[in-house]
Design a protein around this ligand. Structure first.
Ligand code: NAP
Ligand code: GDD
Length: 364
């Protein structure tokens, strides 16, 4: 019997990569998607199978983390072997504008899932997408033992969800694990996170569609890795004998300025001619420096990211150049070939997603 997984946030960056990884491991996947007035399954269309096909291994269901109704019935009826809770209002800057909504979805959503798990009595393994953002003002490097000092409504909500998961594990002896993941990026990264904002703007500048890139704090430092390697880490966390929490990150940090410089110079431009500061993008309270100490994951999971900062930038720039119809500098495809087996090559991972059969994967 194939394993059955339930994924919240399947339409997001990580959800789409995780779905691909689990399909490659022969899982049957059930994903929860939000009803939207326009299509929101772009990242999944290339792996979608018509549900009329009895062999279809990915099924999508409407639902929302702000309401128990569908979460509860899916957990009772599907009895998944594994549940990955990746759904969230995940944008830090936006959480300052929508703190109540962020608390409801990113924080309280976990209780809706864990209550259903506890009350149903099913045997399942649960993964919570915790965040390095919870470390906030705590100085680097940050590990599983580092004190949380959240600096945004998003981080506060994630800390609530994290401690709720730990509490349910201790109180009810359930298999519940948290991955405390540092920033991870890819060509599928949401367009308003800084890395993708930079690589997209660069491509548009080269295509003659944009003149200026407005950014906020260039001094912030992040530990940026490549998202497909992190979903492999999530999966490994749930394959362990014991449920525990793990930090995943590269152990190397760079400033936003360094990211801009690396991206623009790869495309042969001087970023200083295009980037301007817009104070609207500053945050009321900022996280200055995130840098992972992921030694526990290395030792216990055998997890170690292989894509370097420089390679990450090249993959992302190449993808955004391709989506603008500009011939890419070309290192990105070779990097994927060198680092990944079949499930993650340029054609499936980037080209097919860019071509996008917008909306094919919708239910209803
Ligand atoms: P993402 O691209 O923003 O995806 C978020 C997902 O959550 C989307 O599928 C979104 O659906 C869904 N969602 C939003 N509100 C929802 C609601 N009310 N009910 C149900 N689903 C909802 O985020 P990501 O980068 O893939 O990250 C995955 C998870 O890891 C998130 O929980 C994030 O906070 C966490 N995390 C991310 C990073 C990172 O660097 N990427 C690091 C640490 C932790 P729509 O497509 O309809 O918007
Ligand atoms: N988004 C954005 N836009 N960020 C900017 C900009 C800009 O124009 N200019 C500078 N920055 C700075 C932000 O102030 C922040 O210090 C840094 O770039 C990274 O911002 P984001 O890419 O928005 O990511 P984040 O670090 O706030 O949050 C991401 O990583 C977390 C893990 O640490 C998100 O993916 C979270 O969901 C995730 O938990």
């Amino acid at each position: 019997m194939p394993k059955r997984a339930l994924i919240t946030g399947i339409t997001g960056q990580d959800g789409s990569y995780l779905a691909e990884l689990l399909l490659a491991h022969d899982y049957e996947i059930h994903g929860i998607i939000r009803r939207a007035s326009s299509f929101n399954t772009e990242r999944l269309d290339h792996i979608y199978e018509d549900p009329h096909n009895p062999k279809a291994r990915m099924v999508l269901h409407y639902g929302d983390l702000s309401s128990s109704e569908q979460l509860t019935s899916l957990i009772y009826n599907l009895e998944p072997d594994e549940i990955y809770n990746l759904g969230a209002q995940s944008h830090v800057r936006v959480s300052f504008e929508t703190p109540e909504y962020t608390g409801n979805v990113t924080g309280l959503g976990i209780v809706r899932i864990l209550e259903a798990v506890r009350r149903s009595g099913i045997q399942t393994r649960f993964y919570q997408a915790s965040s390095s953002e919870m470390f906030g003002a705590s100085p680097p490097p940050q590990s599983e033992d580092t004190h949380f000092h959240p600096r945004s409504p998003y981080a506060v909500a994630k800390a609530y969800a994290h401690w709720t998961t730990v509490n349910y594990r201790e109180a009810y002896n359930l298999f519940l694990s948290c991955g405390i993941l540092f920033n991870h990026e890819s060509p599928r990264r949401g367009e308003t996170f800084v890395t993708r904002k930079i690589t997209r703007a660069l491509a548009k500048i080269l295509a003659g569609k944009q003149k200026v890139l407005y950014l906020g704090n260039l001094d912030a430092r992040r530990d940026w890795g490549y998202a497909p390697e992190y979903v492999e880490g999530m999966w490994r966390i749930l394959q362990q004998d014991e449920s525990e929490d793990y930090v995943l990150g590269t152990g190397e940090s760079h400033s936003v300025r360094e990211f801009v410089d690396e991206a623009f110079s790869y495309a042969g431009l001087d970023w200083r001619e295009y980037v301007k500061i817009d104070y609207a993008y500053l945050r009321p309270s900022e996280v200055d420096h995130l840098l992972a100490d992921a030694s526990k994951a290395r030792q216990k999971l055998g997890w170690e990211p292989t894509i370097t900062f420089r390679q990450l930038v090249r993959i992302m720039v190449d993808a955004d150049l391709q989506s603008e119809g500009i011939s890419r500098a070309g290192e990105g495809e070779a990097i994927l070939k060198e680092h990944f087996a079949e499930w993650h090559q340029w054609n499936g991972a980037v080209s097919q997603v860019l071509e996008g059969r917008r909306g094919t994967a919708n239910v209803g």
